[in-house]
Design a protein around this ligand. Structure first.
Ligand code: ADP
Ligand code: MG
Ligand code: MG
Length: 898
C-alpha cells in the first residue's frame, strides 16, 4: 500500500471547549479518564481543556526500550498550543503561565494506584506571574510547594516524609497547627527549604524548565504502570499488563483560591447502600487530593446529609448555593447520559464549576443490586442490562454473615460505615503485621490512622479495616469496598499510639492482639467477639436473581453431601446436586470402624460382611438427601479416594485405633504398608476400586436404589439418582461398570417391586476419557467434567504441590491465572469441547455438566455456556454467583450471535 494512504497512528487526542477528538467509547485507547473527559467536553460540560496521550504510546514505550514514538513530541506540542489558545495562557510564560496536571488513566480505574502531578509548569519565575495574575501571593506559593512535593515524590522518587518534616518545623517555629494559618511569606520560606532539600538529595536543582517537567511527569506516569502497587492491583483484579496507561495533560483549575473555591468528589447515588441520593464530600479552599487524602475532614454536599451526620460545618448546598444548583444539574445529566451511577470529581474556582472526572462508580454488592434494580424500575436500563450490571463474584459479600442485632454490642468507637459486612479479629497496627498474622494464618483487623496505597497487601490480608481519619471516599474506604472487606473509616475517637503499640478509645486501652469486631454497615467498632447471623436473601437480591433466572439456560447445581449443605444449596436456589462425594460419608466416626474392617478383610467374603454393616448407613444418607432435594437430580459419585486414606498412618495413631477398635495392630500396620503407593493420585483409586473390588460399588449402588425406593414408597417426589463412576479412561471400563450397576439396580428394583428411574454415567477427568468420549458414551448416559482432576492430569501438575511454583508462572506471565481457580479454556477447555462433541456424536442426548471448583467461577461458567453444557455444579455458597454468571453468559452468547 502506498505510504500516503496508510493511516498514521495518532498518539494524542485533544479535549475541551465544547468538543473533543475522542469519546466515551474509546476507553481502550484513551483510558477511562481520558475517554470520559472527552465525552464530558462534547456534552458541553465545563471541562478544563487538555489532551490525552494514548495507551498505545505507553505500549510502544515499553515495547521499544522505554522510547517514545518519534511523532509524540510534535503532537504534544501541537496539542499544547491548542490548550494555550483555549485558556489564553502560555506554558512557561512568566507573565501569564499555563499550569497543567499530568494524570494517569488506564482502561480500568485503579484508584490511588497510579500517580498524578498537579500545578506543573511552576518555577521561580512563573510562580511570581501566577501570584500577580491571581492577585494572591499566598495561593501561588501554596501551589508551588504542593507542586514541588508531588513532583519530587512522583517523578524524582524522593520520600514525602522529608517534606512533611520541613513543613512541621515551620509550623512549630510559627507556633501554628493548621496549614491555613501560613502566610505568603511562610509558604515562600517553605518552598525555599523544599528546594534546598531536593538539591541536597539529588545533587542538582529542582527542575525549572516546564518542558523538562512535563516530559519527566509523562515518563513517571508510564513508570507508575509498572510499580508494585499497580502490579498487585492488576493481579487482584485481573487487569492485563499489556493494556498500558494513558496520560492526561489538563490545564489546571484551582480550588485553593479562597473561600469561593473548593474541590470535591460526588456519587450520584450512595455507593454503599445504593440509595438514590446525591452523595459526597468537598473541602473549601483546597486542592485535588486533599479530599481523598483525609488531611482535613471534608464537609457534606447536601444540607440533608450534613444534618443527618450532625455536622456544624456548612454543606456545599449552603456554602456555595449557586454553584450547587448548577452542579446538581450537571450530575443528573451525567447519570442519565451514562445510564449508571457516576463517581465524579469537580473543582470550583472562584465560584466557577469545573468537571475533572466521571466514571461508573465502584459500589458494594448491596449497592450494585439496588442501583441495578432501581435503574431498571426507573426505565433507564432494561432488566437484562440490570442483570449484566452486577459482578457475580461480588455477591459473595452479601452471602457473608452480619452482626446479630440481638447480640450485646459494646461499642468502643463509631466511624463511617465505609464498607459493609462484619468481621472479628485481632488488632494489628501495621500492614506488615496484617500480612504476617492475617490471610490464611488468622483473623486480624487492621487499625490505622489512615491507609495509603502501600498498605494494600496488608488490607487484603485483614478481615476488616478501621481508620481513625478519612471519609467515605478515603483510600481505605474505596479499596475496602473494592476488596469486599468490611471497613469503618474516620473513627476519630480512636487514638493510636504507634510507639507503645496501643490504641485508646472511650477511656479504654487496647493492645495489638486484642480481639475486636467491626460492623462496616453501621460504622461501629466493638470489643471482643460478637455473634453473627446469616444473610437475608430477599428484596433486591431476590428480584435480580429472578430476572437472572429468566434468561439463564444453564442449570445450576451444588456440590453437597451433608443435609446442611444440601439445605443451604436449595435456599440459594440450587436445582439439584451435581456432586455428592460418598467417601465423605465414610469418614463419619460412627462408620469409619466398619470401613476399616472392610479394608482389612482378607477376602471378598470378609469385605462383604463389613460392607453389609455400611449399607444401611449409606442408604439412610441417601434417603435424607433425596428427601431434601424433592425430586431434583442428585449425582452420586461412587467411592473415589485410595483406601489408605481411611487408615491411620503414624505408629501412635495405629496403636490408638487398634486399641479403640479391637483390630490387630500388626495386621493394621501391614495393611497400611500393603496399600502404600508411590503416587496415590495415579494409583488404586476411582473406578479402579470398583473394578478391583466390585462388591464396594455393588453395595453403594444397592444403597442408592434402595433409598430411592424408600423415598418413592413414602409418597415423596421420586428421585432420579445419577450414579457416577469416577476416573474412567476406557470404553471397556465404562462397559464393565455399566453392567455392574444395571445388574444390582435391576435386582433391587425387582426385590422392591417398584420402578425407579436412574442414570449411569461418568466423571470425566482424564485426557484419555475426553479423547475417547465416544467409547464412554456407549455406556454412559451423562458426563460430569471433574475439572479439578482434569486440570491436574492435563497439565501433569498436582494441585496440592502447585503452590511452590504457580506464582513464579504467574509472575512471569506464563499463566495468566491459576488454572485451578479459572478453567484453562485453551487446553483443558479443548479437551472438554472434544469430549462433548464425541460424546454427543454417539449419544445425542448425553447429559453434560461440570463439577470441579470451576463450576462457581464466572469466566469458567461463560465457557460452559459456550460449549453448551447442561449444568454447572459448585459449592452451596457460590450457587447465587453461578446463577447470575450463567445468566450473563447466556446474554453474552446471544450478543455474539448478533
Ligand atoms: P486519581 O486517578 O488518583 O483520582 P486524578 O488524576 O483524578 O487522580 O487526580 C487527582 C486529584 O487532582 C483529583 O482530585 C483531581 O480532581 C485533581 N485534579 C486533577 N487534574 C486537575 C486539574 N487540571 N485541575 C484541578 N484539579 C485537578
Ligand atoms: Mg481521580
Ligand atoms: Mg477426581
Amino acid at each position: 500500500m502506498p505510504a500516503e494512504t496508510m493511516t498514521k497512528t495518532r498518539w494524542v487526542y485533544a479535549f475541551g471547549g465544547g468538543r473533543a477528538d475522542g469519546d466515551a467509547s474509546m476507553k481502550n485507547l484513551l483510558g477511562g479518564k481520558g475517554a470520559n473527559l472527552a465525552e464530558m467536553s462534547s456534552l458541553g460540560l465545563p471541562v478544563p481543556p487538555g489532551f490525552t496521550i494514548t495507551t498505545e504510546a505507553c505500549v510502544h514505550y515499553y515495547g521499544n526500550e522505554k522510547r517514545y514514538p518519534a511523532e509524540l513530541e510534535g503532537e504534544v506540542a501541537t496539542a499544547l498550543k491548542i490548550v494555550e489558545q483555549q485558556t489564553g495562557k502560555t506554558f512557561g510564560d512568566p507573565a501569564n503561565p499555563l499550569l497543567v496536571s499530568v494524570r494517569s488513566g488506564a482502561r480500568a480505574s485503579m484508584p490511588g494506584m497510579m500517580d498524578t502531578v498537579l500545578n506543573l509548569g511552576l518555577n521561580d519565575q512563573t510562580v511570581e506571574g501566577l501570584a500577580k495574575l491571581a492577585g494572591d501571593r499566598r495561593f501561588a506559593f501554596d501551589s508551588y510547594r504542593r507542586f514541588i512535593q508531588m513532583y519530587s515524590n512522583v517523578v524524582l522518587d524522593l520520600d514525602h516524609h522529608m517534606f512533611e518534616e520541613i513543613l512541621d518545623e515551620h509550623k512549630e517555629r510559627l507556633d501554628v497547627t493548621v496549614d491555613t494559618a501560613l502566610s505568603a511569606d511562610d509558604w515562600e520560606a517553605v518552598v525555599r527549604d523544599y528546594k534546598k532539600a531536593v538539591e541536597g538529595e539529588l545533587g542538582q536543582a529542582f527542575p525549572q524548565d516546564p518542558q523538562a517537567q512535563l516530559w519527566g511527569a509523562v515518563s513517571a506516569v508510564f513508570a507508575s504502570w509498572m510499580n508494585d502497587r499497580a502490579k498487585f492491583y492488576r493481579r487482584m483484579h485481573d487487569i492485563p499488563e499489556s493494556w498500558g496507561t494513558a496520560v492526561n495533560v489538563q490545564s489546571m483549575v484551582f480550588g485553593n483560591m479562597g473561600e469561593t473555591s473548593a474541590t470535591g468528589v460526588a456519587f450520584t447515588r450512595n455507593p454503599s447502600t445504593g440509595e438514590n441520593r446525591l452523595y459526597g464530600e468537598f473541602l473549601i479552599n483546597a486542592q485535588g487530593e486533599d479530599v481523598v487524602a483525609g488531611i482535613r475532614t471534608p464537609q457534606a454536599l447536601t444540607k440533608i446529609a450534613r444534618e443527618e451526620m450532625g455536622e456544624k460545618n456548612p454543606s456545599m448546598e449552603e456554602a456555595l448555593p449557586d454553584v450547587f444548583v448548577q452542579f446538581k444539574a450537571v450530575v443528573e445529566k451525567l447519570e442519565t447520559h451514562y445510564r449508571d451511577m457516576q463517581d465524579i470529581e469537580f473543582t470550583v474556582e472562584k465560584g466557577r464549576l469545573y468537571m475533572l472526572q466521571t466514571r461508573n462508580g465502584k459500589r458494594t454488592a448491596k449497592a450494585a443490586l439496588k442501583v441495578a434494580v432501581d435503574l431498571a424500575s426507573e426505565g433507564l436500563i432494561t432488566r437484562e442490562e440490570a442483570v449484566m450490571r452486577v459482578e457475580p463474584s461480588s455477591l459473595d459479600q452479601l452471602l457473608h454473615p452480619t452482626i446479630d442485632p440481638a447480640s450485646n454490642r459494646e461499642v468502643i468507637a463509631t466511624g463511617l460505615p465505609a464498607s459493609p459486612g462484619a468481621a472479628t479479629g485481632k488488632i494489628v497496627f501495621t500492614a506488615a503485621d496484617a500480612e504476617l498474622q492475617g490471610g490464611s494464618v488468622g483473623a486480624v483487623i487492621l487499625v490505622r490512622e489512615e491507609t495509603s496505597p502501600e498498605d494494600i497487601r496488608g488490607m487484603d490480608a485483614a478481615r476488616g479495616i478501621v481508620t481513625a481519619r478519612g471519609g467515605m471516599t478515603s483510600h481505605a474506604a474505596v479499596v475496602a469496598r473494592g476488596m469486599g472487606r468490611p471497613c469503618v473509616s474516620g473513627a476519630g475517637e480512636i487514638h493510636i499510639d504507634a510507639k507503645t503499640g496501643e490504641m485508646r478509645a472511650r477511656g479504654r486501652t487496647f493492645k495489638a492482639g486484642d480481639i475486636i469486631t467491626i460492623d462496616g454497615s453501621t460504622g461501629e467498632v466493638l470489643t471482643g467477639d460478637v455473634k453473627m447471623i446469616e444473610p437475608e436473601l430477599s428484596g433486591d437480591f431476590a428480584t435480580l436473581m429472578e430476572w437472572a433466572d429468566g434468561v439463564r439456560r444453564l442449570k445450576v447445581r451444588a456440590n453437597a453431601e451433608t443435609a446442611v449443605d444440601a439445605t443451604t444449596a436449595r435456599q440459594f436456589g440450587a436445582e439439584g446436586i451435581g456432586l455428592c462425594r460418598t467417601e465423605h460419608m465414610f469418614f463419619d466416626p460412627t462408620r469409619i470402624q466398619a470401613v476399616r474392617e472392610m479394608i482389612l478383610a482378607d477376602d471378598e467374603a470378609g469385605r462383604r460382611t463389613a460392607l453389609a454393616k455400611i449399607l444401611p448407613m449409606q442408604r439412610d444418607d441417601f434417603v435424607e438427601l433425596f428427601g431434601i432435594m424433592e425430586g431434583l437430580p442428585v449425582t452420586i459419585r461412587l467411592l473415589d479416594p485410595p483406601l489408605h486414606e481411611f487408615l491411620p498412618h503414624t505408629e501412635e495413631d495405629i496403636a490408638s485405633v487398634a486399641a479403640a477398635s479391637g483390630l490387630d495392630p500388626e495386621k493394621l500396620k501391614r495393611r497400611v504398608e500393603d496399600l502404600h503407593e508411590v503416587n496415590p493420585m495415579l494409583g488404586l483409586r476411582g473406578c479402579r476400586l470398583g473394578v478391583s473390588f466390585p462388591e464396594i460399588y455393588e453395595m453403594q449402588v444397592r444403597a442408592i436404589i434402595e433409598a430411592a425406593c424408600e423415598v418413592a414408597t413414602a409418597g415423596r417426589p421420586a428421585p432420579i439418582p445419577e450414579i457416577m463412576h469416577p476416573l474412567v479412561a476406557k470404553g471397556e471400563e465404562m462397559k464393565f461398570l455399566r453392567i455392574l450397576t444395571d445388574r444390582v439396580a435391576r435386582q433391587v428394583i425387582a426385590e422392591k417391586g417398584r420402578e425407579i428411574e436412574y442414570l449411569v454415567g461418568t466423571m470425566v477427568e482424564l485426557p484419555r476419557a475426553c479423547m475417547r468420549a465416544g467409547d464412554l458414551a456407549e455406556n454412559a448416559e451423562f458426563f460430569s467434567f471433574g475439572t479439578n482432576d482434569l486440570t491436574q492430569t492435563t497439565f501433569g501438575i498436582s494441585r496440592d504441590d502447585s503452590g511452590r511454583f504457580l506464582n513464579a508462572y504467574i509472575d512471569k506471565g506464563i499463566f495468566e491465572k491459576d488454572p485451578f481457580v479459572s478453567l484453562d479454556q485453551e487446553g483443558v477447555g479443548d479437551l472438554i469441547r472434544v469430549a462433548a462433541e464425541r460424546g454427543r456424536a454417539v449419544r445425542p442426548d448425553v447429559k453434560l455438566g461440570i463439577c470441579g471448583e470451576h463450576g462457581g467461577d464466572p469466566a469458567s461458567i461463560a465457557f460452559c455456556e459456550s460449549v453448551g453444557l447442561d449444568y454447572v455444579s459448585c459449592s452451596a455458597y457460590r450457587v447465587p454467583i453461578a446463577r447470575l454468571a450463567a445468566a450473563q453468559a447466556a446474554i453474552g452468547e446471544r450478543e455474539k450471535d448478533r
